[in-house]
Design a protein. Structure first.
Length: 186
């Protein structure tokens, strides 16, 4: 019982921090204004890890490699801690390669969970409060994902089913990644 609770707490804390790192990398890639209050919150929450990584790994022109590496490190520590909670010890050296693979898949799972939640929040807010202050940020972050789907779907007048399609696709990918992570970890 205690190990399940501790594992849940570890998963929640590391997932939230990992998602903040993904948002930081994503905002860098789409050139979201860094003085946006939401960007500032993410930058301040993640700077303690990204700045030391930035000294070793330089940022690219469109890709914030330090944030991606920091996210992978976060996922790797999460996998190791969950292993420790489950088995009472850290994995042996032979199990480190599967832990590395599981942490890469964990980052991908976090990415698609973020896509799922941002799309869902944007869809609900578009019905409830389309003028919410977070809407421009959500639209900027999800537009690169929704626009290709909108070009493929037929025009149904005022109905936009692209968020629904993206939600379904993201959920399918999350399930597949969870199965891969489980098969690697066990």
């Amino acid at each position: 019982m205690l190990s399940n609770t501790l594992s849940l707490i570890i998963e929640i804390v590391f997932t939230l921090f990992g998602i903040a790192l993904i948002i930081r990398a994503w905002a860098y890639a789409i050139r979201l204004h860094p003085f946006n209050p939401y960007s500032q919150a993410v930058i301040r929450a993640t700077n303690w890890l990204v700045q030391p990584v930035r000294k070793v790994v330089p940022a690219g022109n469109r890709i914030d490699y330090p944030s991606i590496v920091a996210c992978w490190l976060t996922a790797f520590v999460c996998v190791l801690l969950e292993w420790f909670v489950a088995f009472g010890r850290f994995p042996i050296a032979a199990a480190l390669l599967p832990a590395v693979a599981a942490s890469v898949l964990t980052v991908l799972k976090w990415v698609f969970n973020l896509v799922l939640w941002m799309t869902l929040i944007q869809a609900v807010l578009s019905w409830v409060n389309p003028l919410a202050p977070i809407m421009p940020v959500l639209q900027t972050l999800t537009a690169p994902l929704l626009d290709p789907i909108r070009r493929i779907l037929p025009n149904l007048g005022g109905l936009d089913f692209s968020p629904l399609v993206l939600l379904i696709l993201a959920q399918i990918v999350v399930r597949i990644l969870e199965n891969f992570i489980y098969s690697i970890s066990m």
